[in-house]
Design a protein around this ligand. Structure first.
Ligand SMILES: [Ca+2]
Ligand SMILES: [Ca+2]
Length: 257
């Protein structure tokens, strides 16, 4: 395709040449008429006719020049319009080609992302416990060595997103006990979430789960000294025992995945 700038350049060149030709014609007319007037000045009437004829020639020449120039301008505008339309028609067909490349990339990206997305789905199916927490089935446990009352220990576990741990099987109790042993190299008495403060003898877990599994040491719970809170690793048997809730003990937090 011929660039529009080249056409414009050619057109302007032609117009310049055409204008130059018109000027040459006009100068020739002026020169010829001036000579006619000079040679016929003896005869006034003939001189007047020569001047009129000269003016008429100038008008005709100018009309021809103007008409020719206007025709060329019209033709040039038509050519430019056709070129512009052609370019406009070409651009859309070109742009999709350019975009089709990038579009091919995005169509590839979903494929790349589909993997991670699939992995994130898997991660959601099998989430993990926070660091330093110990997992058992779908529960996470965390040992707090600081000595606190049962109520303060419960509040502290809540700040960690859980409650004092609840226990629902021997294996779960053993998992918590093993965690404490691993961290302390012993079996210190540790608060769990069991309590019967609201009604003596009716035990609840502070996380609201069902209090059905028990691992009481021999003679426990005895409600000695209004014991309303549950300790694990209690006594020589290292089982459950009830103790007054204001005793300062380590604690075990728990939360669900
Ligand atoms: Ca009690
Ligand atoms: Ca007791």
């Amino acid at each position: 395709m011929i660039p529009s700038s080249a056409v414009t350049k050619q057109t302007s060149g032609f117009l310049e040449r055409r204008g130059g030709m018109c000027v040459v014609q006009l100068l020739s007319l002026v020169l010829q008429t001036s000579l006619d007037v000079l040679f016929s000045r003896q005869q006034k009437e003939e001189g007047d006719r020569t001047i009129c004829f000269f003016l008429l020639k100038i008008v005709i020449t100018l009309n021809i020049c103007i008409t020719t120039t206007m025709k060329m301008l019209t033709v040039s505008l038509l050519v430019c319009a056709i070129m512009a339309l052609t370019r406009a028609a070409d651009v859309p067909t070109g742009e999709p080609d350019l975009n089709s490349g990038p579009e091919a990339v995005p169509t590839g990206e979903p494929d790349l992302n589909s993997g991670p997305e699939g992995n994130s789905d898997i991660a959601e199916v099998a989430p993990s416990c926070p660091g330093n927490w110990t997992r058992y089935n779908d529960s996470c446990f965390f040992y707090v060595p600081s000595h606190m009352t049962w109520a303060d220990a419960e509040k502290h576990c809540q700040t960690l997103g859980g409650n004092l741990a609840s226990v629902h099987s021997f294996d779960e109790q053993h998992a918590i006990q093993s965690m404490i042993q691993r961290l302390t190299l012993g079996f210190p008495e540790t608060w769990l979430g069991g309590y019967d403060a609201t009604q003596e003898g009716t035990w609840f877990w502070s996380d609201g789960t069902d209090f059905s599994y028990t691992f009481w040491a021999t003679g426990e719970p005895d409600d000695s000294r209004d014991a309303d809170c549950l300790l694990m690793n209690y006594g020589d048997e290292e089982k459950f025992g009830d103790q007054p809730c204001d005793q300062l003990k380590p604690s075990a937090c728990g939360k669900k995945l």
